[in-house]
Ligand binder design. Structure first.
Ligand SMILES: C[S@@+](CC[C@H](N)C(=O)[O-])C[C@H]1O[C@@H](n2cnc3c(N)ncnc32)[C@H](O)[C@@H]1O
Length: 236
């Protein structure tokens, strides 16, 4: 899989890309991640990438020209043209199903915003998909892009040492349940004991217990997590 990242701050990715899982996956040729500096495609002596919003309002917006020129340059360098993803808080909220959908693509182009975000014509001009990593606002799209790359890369066959582990992760199996409690040594930690069933060696019982715990954990989580959009719907 090829992932191109367009950003004003490529240096932010250095440590992240060298990190253990992703670094090894890149070395093994399972995923190729390339960085492009949007400012290289800006014009004028000051290489300006942002400007004040028409109609007034706070802050600066990213101008469409440098981003679209950068995208056209990057897309022409390899095929297929790939899926252009603009990272933006107003985009479709990413969940594991969305990650699986992105992981099935051959090529992603992730565009990181800054300041007050993108001129709306960027998305229209390139037919981008808009993705949010959650209902909160970050200072820039770089951290959001790292979230996408990390979540997608671990689904690429061969990236995880043990393919089974991704299938058992939260949100991944049937019903998209969250994982129930897990334990390792010691058996007794400050008077807190590992549930007896996990020490029984009875794999059927263990599997049934895990399923029951996952259902209970999923129910608890649903009760503790407001329904997406509920806050917005309650507003006038
Ligand atoms: C300060 S934010 C802009 C927020 C924008 N004015 C708004 O209210 O939607 C700057 C950039 O950070 C990135 N960003 C912030 N929060 C994000 C989120 N939840 N998901 C994805 N990207 C995000 C986007 O690339 C965005 O263009």
């Amino acid at each position: 899989m090829l992932i191109d990242i367009l950003t004003l701050f490529p240096d932010m990715f250095t440590g992240f890309l060298a990190g253990s899982l992703l670094g090894a996956a890149r070395q093994r040729g399972l995923v190729d991640v390339r960085l492009f500096d949007i400012r290289d495609f800006a014009e004028g002596p000051h290489r300006q990438v942002d400007d004040r919003p028409f109609g007034g309002g706070p802050g600066m917006l990213l101008m469409p020209g440098p981003i679209v020129s950068c995208l056209e340059h990057v897309q022409a360098q390899a095929s297929p043209p790939g899926s252009v993803i603009l990272l933006t808080p107003g985009g479709r909220r990413l969940d594991q199903e969305g990650v699986e959908n992105l992981a099935a693509r051959e090529r992603l182009l992730l565009v990181c915003g800054r300041y007050e975000g993108f001129d709306a014509r960027v998305s229209q001009a390139v037919g981008a998909e808009e993705v949010s990593i959650g209902d909160y606002v970050l200072s820039g799209g770089e951290v959001a892009a790292m979230v996408v790359v990390d979540a997608v890369a671990r689904l690429i066959p061969g990236v995880l040492g043990d393919e089974e582990s991704a299938r058992h992760d939260s949100f991944s199996g049937p019903g998209r349940l969250v994982e129930g409690p897990q334990y390792t040594r010691p058996r007794d930690f400050r008077g807190l004991h590992v549930p007896e069933v996990l020490l029984s060696g009875d794999h059927r019982r263990i599997e049934a217990w895990r399923q029951e715990q996952a259902l209970a954990a999923t129910r608890r989580r649903s009760a503790a997590t407001p329904t997406p959009g509920a806050a917005r719907r309650s507003q006038p």
